[in-house]
Design a protein around this ligand. Structure first.
Ligand code: CP
Length: 309
């Protein structure tokens, strides 16, 4: 199924069966990382390079650990300490990495479409670790994995996504994935933080958190992406938190056994109150664990060729 797929650029490009295969494989990987000895031989002889033009804690470290747990060679290019600072272009940097025999390049960049451009220009597999406001496919996969693990299914779940949808690549990837797997997605955001034509994706859109969250099985808060906002799209962070922050009262509108998710990093007291973040409904730390399992599954599937699977 993945034999002819070189790159993972977005959930938009995947079929339902691809998503399910990645989630199934990640279940095995999660079992492996729960063991005392996490070492497997799935990536023996493979080299993985992370190239991040934006900051990251979770995505970069989890890819690095995933590669190391599976006996791959994991290297990281620190953009500020690389020849990028001498003026080397992105394509030339990627071609240089490729020329060293790299099997997989994990790329994060502030411009949408950058991984697609690089994928066309190098032989290594390119995994999109977040491109501008476009997609963050591995985050959506770990979110869907967490939902399926806790709820036993995705189809028929009501998932409320709350916050800065306009700038959120996490929201875009989740909308693609969740609708392909048959979830009902509702969005709650200020009208200034909503992309045009969102309804065309098949989601329900509300300008209040209450309508979006009511009876939800999963409530996902999004980080306020101040770094992508050229002008004030809401009066102040305090005001945002007052109208769209998820606290105990708002979370209680969802089903009693609803899951609270957030891709991280969380701005405490803005997107989520500390009390809901630390409540038993919060699976934010479990998402981080599942991120390692999902990235192991992706590295495994995208480095197998032909009958190696
Ligand atoms: N969720 C996410 O992408 O986190 P990082 O920016 O820490 O990788």
């Amino acid at each position: 199924m993945f034999e002819d797929m070189k790159d993972l650029l977005g959930i938009k490009d995947l079929q339902k069966s691809h998503i399910e295969k990645i989630l199934d494989t990640a279940k095995t990987m999660k079992h492996i990382i729960s063991q005392n000895n996490k070492k497997t031989g799935h990536l023996i002889g493979k080299s993985i390079v992370t190239l991040f033009y934006e900051n990251s804690t979770r995505t970069r470290l989890s890819f690095e650990l995933a590669a190391k747990y599976m006996s791959g060679f994991a290297s990281n290019i620190s953009v500020n300490a690389s020849s990028v600072s001498k003026g080397e272009s992105l394509i030339d940097t990627a071609k240089t990495i490729d020329a060293m025999g790299t099997d997989v390049v994990i790329l994060r960049h502030s411009r949408s479409g950058t991984p697609h451009l690089i994928a066309k220009n190098i032989n290594a597999s390119v995994i999109n670790a977040g491109d501008g406001m476009n997609e963050h496919p591995t985050q959506a996969l770990l979110d869907m994995f967490t939902m399926r693990e806790k709820k036993g299914r995705i189809e028929g779940l009501k998932v409320a996504i709350v916050g800065d949808v306009l700038h959120s690549r996490v929201a875009r990837s989740n909308i693609w994935g969740l609708t392909k797997l048959g979830a009902e997605v509702s969005i709650g955001a200020p009208s200034t933080l909503l992309p045009a034509d969102l309804q065309k994706t098949g989601v329900k859109v509300y300008n209040s958190i209450h309508e979006a969250v009511v009876d939800a099985d999963v409530v996902m808060g999004l980080r306020i992406q101040q770094e992508r906002q050229k002008r004030g799209l809401f009066p102040s962070v305090i005001e945002y938190a007052r109208f769209f922050g998820i606290d105990e009262r708002r979370l209680s509108l969802a089903k009693p056994d609803a899951l609270l998710l957030h891709p991280g990093p969380v701005n405490r007291g803005v997107e989520l109150s500390s009390s809901v973040l630390e409540s038993e409904k919060s699976f934010v730390n479990e998402q981080v664990t599942n991120g390692v399992a999902i990235r192991m599954a992706i590295l495994y599937l995208y480095t197998r060729k032909g009958n190696e699977i």
